[in-house]
Design a protein around this ligand. Sequence first.
Ligand code: ATP
Ligand code: MG
Length: 585
Amino acid sequence: MFSFIKSMMWFIKKNWYFYVAIVIVGILISLSNLLPATIVSSLTGAVDKNTITTSFIIKDILLSYLLIMFLIYIVSTTKRVLQNRLKVRLYYALQVRYMENILIQDATFFEHFQAGDLLTRALGDVKSVNFSGSTRLLNIFLEFITIVVTFTAMLFINVPLTLFSIIPLPIIFFFNFYLKKKVKRNWKEVREEASKMGNVILESITNVRTIRAFSKEEENYQKNLVYSNNVYKIERRNLKLNVLFQPVFNSITAISTIIAYGLGSFYILKNGSIEINDFVQFTIYLTMFSGPLTNIGNLLNNFYQSLISADRINEVYNAKSSVIDNEDARNIKHIDNIEFRNFSFKYEDDNFYVLKNINLTIKKGETLGIVGRTGSGKSTLVRQLVRQLPICKGELFINGKFIEDFNQESVRSMVSYVPQEHVLFSRSVYQNVALGRADASSDEEIRHAIELADFAKDIDALPYGLDTIVGEYGVTLSGGQKQRLAIARAFLKNSDILILDDSLSAVDGTTEANIIKSLKEYRRNKTNIIVAHRLSAVMGADHIIVLDDGVIVEEGTHEELMANKGWYYHQYLSQQMEEGGLDEK
Ligand code: ATP
Ligand code: MG
């Protein structure tokens, strides 16, 4: 419980007044709940002593009762309002904190946590922690206060009767201790299975086209069914545990009541150490005493579950990005020169180096072409410049300083990166392009970017022009259109560095030539890095490197590489022949 409170301190510190107010109101509720029993007691006393009068009934019983009920209503409502507010506030704070943490993570994080899992945690686990952090925790405390208050009131009436009556209650604690482990273990399984199910569902939804294309609907459905069944089975076990809680608590409190009645009757009838009206008041308190005990049982059961949920959220909160800036990292204003020196890189899960001893300088205003076989490390190399991957071995300098000396966000803001897999949002074409810049861009700038990307010619063919919604992940656009939309976004950002990672693969030769032409004119003094399979996209570059198995095997201008008669030369010839063949058709 203390570790949970500790993990919530960031929120409690900011909203302490809510917690204090709820505790005060809660104590008032416990105290005011004692009052109705005193009225019943004085009525029983009056009946016993035969002193009932009309004014006693009206004033001391009815009016007092109404007043007490009104008081209880006011304090209970105040508590409910305060707790609901706190709950909403905490939910929002938890979600924001969760999202903030996810947004700063690097590529490695998303290899460890899949989207469905993250979503399951964001919905189910955050909700569970929210309930415990706002209402459950406080209610456990307040129920405990009620127990102490009622217990004290009972002691005031009769000490031995109180002590004997509560003898069976410690059993609850042993039982609770035993169940705690089980509940936690079970809930951990429930949440883990829910995460797996979340992954499968999300995967099925996002890949529905491929699933259909390969007629894998049935297989996928069966896979979903297996996970759903697992969740169902564990949830059932969980429910059984829940059901077990209640009767045990009820039985124990029932034994307490039997002792109180037996002993109470004995005291009244045999030794007269308690008056009948006090005994009536005592039994009312005893029932009030057992209510909170049962409630605490249920609350604790759910609370233990949220301890597991809190651990799961903390796993995400505590995940540290493997891309780390130096302590005194500053913001970068311009990127001029870039230099990889003896640079090697290995992915965490691989046991081989993907980039090996790269030595490469990219000067300001230069256009660099990167080519090479698939899997040779081209994307890995350019992803270093947007700091998606950690530095492994060797150095990467920007403007002559270690890249880690600069704040990674500021480095990213200087780079327009069009990744190999396009990232489109289900908004309009216009809005998708506008995303390229954080500050609002003018209409004209957006249209210009679209033209530079040679996308303007397609706009008329789209049903609503620029306002056409591209559908989730751009499902309503063709491959080439998606690529050009992503390029337009990068043109709009117009940063010091532009990286096109195989971004011209789905466009025809003429379109490619148009885009390269825009690139040359519009980004004359800026640095461009073009990764491509089709060599025509990099022919005009100032410098071209050929990667093979993570090593730069050839470099130079197009002419130099052609003269070299290596991989580039052969590749160029075979591509020429292919295109020539196509032309003939
Ligand atoms: P392509 O032309 O197909 O885009 P590429 O040259 O861009 O290929 P990379 O994506 O850089 O190649 O991949 C280089 C190597 O690194 C490959 O062997 C690939 O399997 C491996 N690799 C890529 N991403 C990861 C990753 N996240 N974890 C582990 N290995 C990876
Ligand atoms: Mg690649």
